[in-house]
Design a protein around this ligand. Structure first.
Ligand SMILES: Nc1ncnc2c1ncn2[C@@H]1O[C@H](COP(=O)(O)OP(=O)(O)OP(=O)(O)O)[C@@H](O)[C@H]1O
Length: 600
């Protein structure tokens, strides 16, 4: 039954979406056959320049780095426990989640604006029914996408969308295309062995972090609203054989596209018959999301030497797919540089969690750094190798780009030289952006590698809080005459429990920093304002999420809403909200708060 919608909701303009001929429901040969094993070569040769120009140098070597993953051959193991959907990149499927008196937990007015949705619509009594998928949206064309991916460096075959259902793609009045997706709305043909559902705990984390990342100015999928279904879902959070019933929930995510590296990989992995889908999906992405590439002036000289001297020239005007791969590589590099700037650790950087638009996607066991620790990983599953720890993210981004370009190569869309060139551009872009971000964080006029490396080293030794340190750093005055015993006063709230020897190390660093500030010649007040606009006061520490989750599980949604409000303006001083900038309390170190598993 379709509802009689008020003007704002009913005038949402849904538009055509993924290539229709790639829809499994349209295909006579829709297959849900058992997995077939096949050899799938994904060997990747890393360009030495690209590898050299990654960020390892700043953080030192971390145990279990990713070298092993840079090459070699893997076998397509496929979704051995489920069934496969072949020759298609999506399937029409409607939400099937059960609800009982569903409730709107939290919503985002700014996302509503993106969609031209009147925020008053959040108040309509049937809103929770519409945005849990229990009632259809007029004009919606729901579907689930087919994608695969490398998980922890190993090809895992078909993975999703196992619990995300796209309601449709909208065109807003500015001509922007926005895809609406319900996460946790029931099974799809891609659900494998799982239930297609999500719990309140993980949905609150996803909702809050999407909006917090946006507040920080970091590209991300957004979240329109979060509905508690009123039903329970069984989860084994610690994988200890003791599943517990948790409240179920659904987040309505919004992005210009949810296409991932894995959306392309899955088809390249299936050999000849599916290579055409890689091309169709690439054309789709370029047409709708990288249209400037299609409009590129062919007479413009965009030829570049790929790599070192004597290496082949790559002309980006002659192959739109090459230009596209470079842009995907560069967007990914910028994204990861911005994560490093705020201490965000994604936790599960599998290729199915890499957006082709360079958005942060899939908020699972993420964490922001508290005490600076390059080897920090928020994901308990990642603990043995720390593949996805903070310091490894730039290298993992490159590894993932290598998988993406290998996919385009396999589909004969780009050449090996073009693939190498995209990787090289990743390395260069990452370094440029990372250096610029760190320079701004310190309020300097130019990049000073030694000063920054020394600082990060000091912070790691003394376990200094990453966010709060940079926030108070702006209080240091560019005055070379400050007596030695007063140099650390502006930093006293963040240099906790350090002995005499470490004090000396810090005094020495502050002295060099002040010299640098003096030579840069920026007025203190100006520098402070500039630093505070890039060093957040508030970040979504895991314990803040947990506080909001604990209250919401008791039926009190006010804390989720309060945390959202604080995180929407993370660079501002917010009167009365100082407690949200505090270090984690002791209880935050209990299992499941700062460290999480993938169970959601
Ligand atoms: N409860 C579930 N039911 C069905 N499929 C699931 C479930 N949980 C995860 N999956 C699928 O397993 C894959 C890997 O899990 P992951 O935790 O990365 O996904 P997710 O958080 O559901 O997805 P997304 O990347 O869309 O945010 C995903 O493709 C997802 O579709």
């Amino acid at each position: 039954m379709l509802l009689n919608l008020s003007p704002s909701l009913s005038s949402l303009r849904f538009t055509s979406s993924l290539p229709r001929r790639c829809c499994s429901n349209r295909l006579p040969f829709l297959s849900r056959s058992p997995t077939t094993r096949r050899r799938f070569s994904l060997s990747v040769k890393m360009d030495s320049t690209a590898r050299r120009r990654s960020a390892g140098e700043f953080y030192g070597r971390v145990a279990g780095t990713t070298e092993r993953g840079f090459g070699g051959e893997v076998e397509a193991r496929g979704a051995e426990l489920g069934s496969l959907v072949l020759r298609a990149c999506y399937t029409k499927v409607s939400p099937s989640v059960q609800v009982e008196n569903p409730k709107l937990v939290v919503w985002s007015d700014s996302v509503a604006k993106l969609l031209d949705l009147d925020p008053q619509e959040f108040e309509r009594p049937d809103f929770p029914l519409l945005f849990s998928g229990a009632l259809p949206l007029v004009g919606g064309l729901p579907y689930a996408q087919c994608y695969g991916g490398h998980q922890f460096g190993v090809w895992a075959g078909q993975l999703g969308d196992g619990r995300a259902i796209t309601l449709g793609e909208l065109l807003n009045s500015r001509g922007e295309r926005w895809e609406l997706q319900l996460k946790g709305a029931g099974k799809t043909p891609y659900s494998r062995f799982a239930d297609g559902l999500a719990v309140l705990r993980s949905s609150i984390r996803e909702f809050l972090c999407s909006e917090a990342m946006h507040g920080l100015g970091i590209p991300t999928t957004r979240a329109l609203c979060l509905v508690a279904t009123g039903k329970y879902v069984s989860r084994d959070m610690f994988y200890d054989g003791n599943p517990k019933d948790e409240p179920g929930a659904i987040v309505c995510r919004v992005a210009q596209s949810f296409l991932r590296f894995g959306s392309y990989q899955i088809h390249a992995s299936r050999g000849k018959e599916d290579l055409e889908i890689v091309r169709l999906l690439a054309d789709y992405a370029i047409r709708h999301h990288f249209s400037h590439i299609e409009k590129m002036d062919k007479s413009e000289d965009l030829s570049f030497g790929a790599g070192q001297e004597g290496s082949p020239v790559v002309d980006l005007t002659s192959n739109k797919y090459a230009a596209w791969s470079v842009e995907v590589a560069e967007r990914t590099a910028s994204l990861i540089a911005s994560w490093q700037g705020v201490g965000f650790t994604h936790g599960v950087l599998n290729t199915d969690n890499m957006s082709i638009l360079g958005l942060t996607i899939d908020y699972g066991p993420f964490g922001f750094l508290d005490a600076f620790d390059p080897s920090y990983t928020p994901n308990t599953t990642d603990l043995p190798g720390r593949r996805y720890c903070f310091a490894n993210q730039p290298d993992i981004g490159l590894w993932n780009i290598a998988q993406f370009t290998t996919t385009l190569e396999a589909a004969n869309l780009i050449s090996k030289d073009e693939a190498n060139y995209a990787m090289e551009r990743y390395g260069n872009k990452f370094m440029d952006e990372y250096q610029a971000i760190m320079t701004r964080k310190l309020g300097l006029a130019k990049y000073n590698k030694q000063l920054i490396s020394k600082l990060l080293n000091n912070m790691a030794v003394d376990k200094v809080d990453y966010t709060n340190f940079f926030r108070v750093l702006s209080n240091i005055k560019a005055d070379p005459n400050i007596p030695e015993n007063e140099l650390l006063i502006p930093l006293k709230s963040v240099l906790l429990d350090i002995g005499q020897e470490r004090k000396e190390a810090w005094i020495s660093w502050v002295q060099t920093y002040i010299q640098e500030l003096v030579s840069n010649g920026i007025v203190d007040e100006q520098r402070k304002a500039a630093m505070n606009s890039v060093n957040p006061k508030y970040i979504l520490r895991n314990y803040l999420c947990q506080g909001a989750i604990d209250a919401a599980e008791q039926g009190d949604y006010e804390e989720v809403r309060r945390v959202l409000r604080v995180m929407q303006n993370p660079y501002d001083e917010q009167k009365g909200m100082e407690k949200y900038a505090r270090l984690p309390p002791a209880w935050a170190y209990r299992p499941g708060v700062c460290m999480l598993s993938c169970s959601s």
